[in-house]
Design a protein around this ligand. Structure first.
Ligand SMILES: NC(=O)c1ccc[n+]([C@@H]2O[C@H](COP(=O)([O-])OP(=O)(O)OC[C@H]3O[C@@H](n4cnc5c(N)ncnc54)[C@H](OP(=O)(O)O)[C@@H]3O)[C@@H](O)[C@H]2O)c1
Length: 224
């Protein structure tokens, strides 16, 4: 397949790059600093998606892509407020220009209970969460990282309105442990007792979902 990866120098993005190359895919990486790539993709485009990116070049980066993966996220919750929504808008525009259809981005488990204009009926409590997560963990992280989750929820809305074949994966706390290959997924809900997941497993799930039509148009909970 031809795979385009945005944020290929980030934690999940670098794992997407590693797995896509290992699987023999032709990979285009879109990054801010090519010098920080851990492996060499077939094609590289340098762009900061917040600083007037060259839409012609981004379109070329998406042309012919069977799947576009985005691991873009805030390096700093304060300074990078809104970055995922802005970046997702730019990626969607480039994909439309390139006639590319399939996109998978990273969101987060607590977003399942964040209502938005595009998802007004988000449940107050996620059905996959046990009592500890529901009443203790989620309220604490949602208070601490409210701007991050608002950004990710708005990015999901950008996808809902995009007309593309989209999927947003919603992992819980990320780790840098080796991938297990034994992650669980669930549409529109989080996973019971799924408190963590290695970044490598999120990347594996994203790559697999490119070819899973049942995930199109959904936010998918993913956890080990
Ligand atoms: N941490 C957790 O436990 C957790 C849990 C659930 C979900 N999440 C979400 O998972 C996502 C990915 O996490 P991660 O740990 O893989 O992220 P990360 O390592 O911080 O990587 C973020 C990526 O986004 C890129 N980026 C940021 N701003 C950009 C811009 N303006 N233009 C282009 N690229 C930009 C970064 O590029 P540079 O390399 O150039 O900086 C980097 O490649 C985030 O959205 C995060 O909110 C995190």
């Amino acid at each position: 397949m031809k795979i385009t990866i945005f944020g290929a120098t980030g934690g999940i993005g670098a794992e997407c790059l590693r797995l896509a190359l290992a699987a023999g895919h032709e990979v285009t990486a879109v990054v801010r600093d090519a010098g920080r790539l851990s492996l060499e993709p077939h094609h590289v485009m340098v762009a900061d998606l917040r600083i007037a990116p060259d839409m012609k070049e981004l379109t070329v980066a998406c042309e012919g892509a069977d799947g576009v993966l985005s691991g873009i996220g805030p390096r700093s919750p304060k300074q990078d407020r809104g970055v995922v929504t802005e970046a997702t808008r730019v990626i969607v525009a480039a994909m439309h220009a390139a006639h590319a259809r399939r996109i998978v981005i990273v969101s987060a488990a607590p977003v399942s209970t964040v209502p938005t204009p595009g998802n007004p009926d988000a449940p107050r409590r996620d059905p996959g969460e046990g009592a500890f997560t529901r009443y203790v963990l989620t309220p604490i992280v949602k208070r601490a990282l409210s701007s991050v989750y608002a950004d990710l929820a708005a990015a999901e809305d950008v996808l809902r309105e995009s007309g593309l074949d989209w999927t947003a994966v919603r992992p819980p706390r990320l780790t840098d442990k080796p991938g297990t290959g034994r992650y669980r997924t669930a549409p529109e809900r989080n996973l019971t007792r799924g408190h963590t997941i290695p970044r490598a497993d999120v990347a594996a799930a994203m790559l697999a979902m490119v070819n899973q039509p049942s995930t199109i148009g959904h936010a998918i909970g993913v956890a080990t």
